[in-house]
Structure formats: structure tokens, C-alpha cells
Write a protein that binds this ligand. Structure first.
Ligand SMILES: Cc1ncc(COP(=O)(O)O)c(C=O)c1O
Length: 459
């Protein structure tokens, strides 16, 4: 249907969208009567939609991605220059930006050594799953093939990533799944499963209980988000990671940290795991690596892992027989190099810590004012506010009302997020992840919008 408020060009775009586009993760029935959302332009922290309406983006492109903000000409220039010089060659060969970004990245990751390129977070995680399986076959006689994952974590959209997915609503109806993935309990103390004072250690011990139940000899790796993102912004309790690491080392289980959301600055450290003193065997990353200016994902391993794939050159099946066509695109590392330069030169890690503290303070003040906020959680510019119908019982707020808060903010011109089709009855956490360039005014603007929305929706 034509919308007279829009110019002809935008009307055509919206009609083409309505007629032919299948958007991600959204029910399309409403688009029969309302316009689908089309984002046309972005600059800094702000985006404009097809109607020309300005929005402050508090979720970095919706899914924690555009960490250095919109409209960065220097990244576009770097990508353009690289594409004109050398756009693509298969990843069995190297590229200039591929090698140079790998070096810059490894400099930020003491203990890690090798970078394997792919084009999405899901794919980067799948690489690790394949590596773990191949290590099992080649080095453990087929033992140690199982992979542990955690309730409420998400690792991607493919069937095997969903097999490692701890969010039942993302998985529902997509089975049967890949065998050999085993769930361990989440570590969110607010929704506690044990009544103890050392919750972090207790939640980690629950992982050991699963290991002992399955048999340590059957388990090759554990895949965890450093801070759970879409499962409700879960910051691990004190002592959790230390104990997880101790347990994994004891049982010879490789540690795979999924930094697809936290990686490259989101928590105020280069990587989320660096807040907790973990020494991983695998680290995967995607979204913020090039802030969405190019599709790039990395699977980073230690030299010890890498060595396991080149120890017998006489065996034609011994190396990592994997390929990713677009993992060879040179635009990804070219964008990633410039993205990293921006974060360093503009001091964005420090800004993330300062603005993250301000965001948490503002959210805490909102919690004092609005009984519907049960808990606020966060690390750097990665925060959540869990909404409850009753603070004493912690009964989750009605999901429709949580969505109404998001819609109210949108009407005010502020884009915030919420846990979406994640956990039955527990899609009740507002999610905030502004770009790392956020100013104090931006942060206050975001929390002012939430303040108004909570007042209107919950009274
Ligand atoms: C923690 C985590 N891992 C993996 C992924 C999958 O990344 P992609 O959508 O790039 O495949 C996501 C996506 O949201 C994520 O949040």
C-alpha cells in the first residue's frame, strides 16, 4: 500500500520489501497492514528510517554489532582500496590485510596464536566443533568427542550451532539435532538453582557434575559465552570462571569462548574472557570485529591446538580439511584493521568503561523508581534490566508488556532491545548495547526514554 508521507523512491522500496523480502527473526503477518521497518541511513549513534525519522540506536545495529558507530568513511575507504587492489582469493592462500589483522589481533590475545577466517559467528563456532571432533578422532581414538554447552547461551543459527544452543525457543521445531552436545546449568544467580553463598563456584561445580556423569573421557570441549548475551545478559558471578577453568584443566577439556558479542571491546576489555583471567584454547568472534562494515568472523586457537593439525604431514586427512568461500574475502580484515585502529586511537575501551558505569548507575536509579525492574546486570556497554511482575516472587513480567516498553522507546526515537524468542516465559530482559562511542548525553537519553516507557506501560 502507498504511504503518502514517503517520497516515491521510499514507497517503492517499502513495496518491494513487503512483496519480496523475508526479514530475519520476525513474524510477517503485521506487514500486511503496517510498513516493514527499513533503515536508510546512519551516522554516529543515530539511524534514520524510510520515513526520515531519527532514532538513537542503543543496540548497535540491533544485535550488538556496529561498535564504532555508523558512517565511518575511513573504514569504507579501507575496504574500497582493498577491493580495488585485491578483492578475493580462496583462503588456502593468504591476503595482505588477512595477515596483518591476524598479527594485530594476536597481539591483543596473549596465549593465542592462530586466526582462521570465516564469515559469521555461527560458522566460526562450527569450525571449533569440527576441530574438536577431528582432535577426538586423531588424538583420542574417538574418545573426547562430546561438547558441553550452557543453558541460556546461544552460539548460532545452523543446526549444529543450535545443537549447542541453550535457548529452547530458538531450537523448537528445528530438530533433530547433531548428537554429542550436552547441556550444563546456567549461572544466573538471580534465577538461582542452589541456595549457597558462593554461587559462582557452585554453578561451576554443576559443570563438573555433568562431566562426571557423562565420563570425562567422553568430553572434548566446553563452549561458553563470557557474558551470556541473548539469554538475558548474564554476568557470571564471582569465582565462576576460575572454577570452570580449574575443572576443565583437571579433566583435560578444551575451553572454547564464544566472543561473538563480547569480542573487540564490548565489555571494556578487548575480549570478555580477559575480565576473568581465563586462558582459552579457542576464541570465536564476529559482530564487532569489523562493526558490520564487512562480514568477517575469526576462530582463534592456541599454537598447541594448531600443532595437532600438522603433526603428521604424511597423512592426507590429518590437517583441518575445512573451507569457507567468503572467509577469503579481503574486505573483512581490511575493515577489521581500521576498526581496531579507531578503537585504539579514540580510546574507546576507556570510554566503554566510563559510559558502561554511567549506564549501570542510571539503570540502578531506574530500579529504585520502578518496582518492575527486578535486577540490572552489565559489563561495559553491555547491560540488561530484567523486568518482573513481582519483586518478591520474581515472576517474570508479561512479555507483551516488555515488548510495549521497547515499542514506546521506539516511538520516542530510541531503539532498545529485549530477549527475543529465547526462553519460554523468560523473554523479560531489556537489552542495551550502545556503540562504544556513546557520550554521557546519549546514555542519559537512552535511560530517560526507558524511564518514560516504564511509567506509561507499567504505571
Ligand atoms: C553469542 C553468539 N554467538 C554466535 C552468534 C551467531 O552469530 P551469527 O549470527 O554471525 O552467525 C550470535 C548471534 O547473535 C551470538 O549472540
Amino acid at each position: 500500500m502507498d504511504n503518502p508521507a514517503l517520497g516515491n523512491d521510499m514507497s517503492m522500496v517499502i513495496e518491494a520489501d513487503r512483496a519480496h523480502l523475508w526479514h530475519h527473526l520476525i513474524q510477517h503477518k503485521p506487514f500486511e497492514t503496517i510498513d516493514p521497518r527499513v533503515i536508510v541511513e546512519g551516522k554516529g549513534m543515530r539511524v534514520w528510517d524510510a520515513r526520515g525519522k531519527e532514532h538513537l540506536d542503543a543496540v548497535s545495529g540491533g544485535v550488538w554489532t556496529v561498535n564504532v558507530g555508523y558512517g565511518r568513511e575511513s573504514i569504507a575507504d579501507a575496504v574500497r582500496d582493498q577491493l580495488v587492489k585485491m578483492c578475493y582469493f580462496a583462503g588456502s592462500a593468504g591476503s595482505v590485510p588477512g595477515a596483518m589483522f591476524a598479527r594485530r589481533l594476536i597481539d591483543k590475545m596473549p596465549g593465542m596464536a592462530r586466526v582462521y577466517y570465516a564469515n559469521s559467528g555461527s560458522e566460526a563456532n562450527e569450525k571449533v566443533f569440527k576441530m574438536v571432533r577431528q582432535i577426538s578422532h586423531r588424538h583420542h581414538g574417538g574418545r573426547k568427542s562430546k561438547i558441553l554447552f550452557r543453558e541460556r547461551d546461544y552460539h548460532g543459527t545452523t543446526i549444529t550451532c543450535l545443537s549447542a544452543g541453550g535457548q529452547p525457543q530458538r531450537n523448537a521445531m528445528y530438530g533433530p539435532f547433531t548428537p554429542g552436545f550436552v547441556e550444563v546449568p546456567h549461572c544466573l544467580e538471580y534465577r538461582k538453582q542452589w541456595d549457597v553463598s558462593n554461587y559462582g563456584e557452585r554453578a561451576a561445580d554443576a559443570i563438573e557434575e555433568v562431566i562426571l556423569r557423562e565420563g570425562p573421557d567422553t568430553i572434548g570441549a566446553i563452549c561458553l559465552e563470557p557474558v551470556t548475551a541473548g539469554g538475558g545478559v548474564i554476568v557470571p558471578p564471582a569465582g565462576y570462571w576460575e572454577r570452570v577453568q580449574e575443572i576443565c584443566r583437571k579433566h583435560n577439556i578444551l575451553i572454547h569462548i564464544d566472543e561473538v558479542v563480547c569480542g573487540v571491546g564490548r565489555t571494556g576489555a578487548w575480549f570478555g574472557y580477559q575480565n576473568y583471567g581465563v586462558t582459552p584454547d579457542f576464541v570465536t568472534m564476529a559482530k564487532g570485529v569489523a562493526s558490520g562494515y564487512a562480514a568477517i568472523a575469526c576462530t582463534v586457537t592456541t599454537e598447541a591446538v594448531f600443532e595437532m593439525f600438522k603433526d603428521d604431514a604424511s597423512d592426507p586427512l590429518s590437517y583441518f580439511r575445512d573451507i569457507s568461500t567468503f572467509g577469503g574475502c579481503a574486505s573483512g580484515p581490511a575493515a577489521a584493521l581500521e576498526n581496531m585502529r579507531i578503537i585504539e586511537d579514540e580510546g574507546l575501551l576507556d570510554n566503554t568503561l566510563r559510559m558502561g558505569a554511567r549506564l549501570m548507575d542510571n539503570l540502578a536509579a531506574l530500579q529504585d523508581k520502578h518496582a518492575v525492574i527486578g535486577q540490572v546486570r552489565g559489563k561495559g556497554l553491555f547491560c540488561g534490566a530484567e523486568l518482573v511482575a513481582d519483586r518478591a516472587t520474581k515472576e517474570a513480567a508479561d512479555e507483551k508488556k516488555v515488548a510495549a516498553v521497547v515499542a514506546d522507546c521506539m516511538a520516542q526515537g530510541v531503539i532498545i532491545g529485549m530477549t527475543n524468542r529465547s526462553l519460554p516465559g523468560l523473554n523479560n530482559t531489556l537489552c542495551l548495547s550502545p556503540a562504544l562511542i556513546a557520550t554521557p548525553d546519549d546514555i542519559d537519553h537512552i535511560t530517560d526514554a526507558i524511564d518514560g516507557a516504564l511509567g506509561r506501560v507499567f504505571g
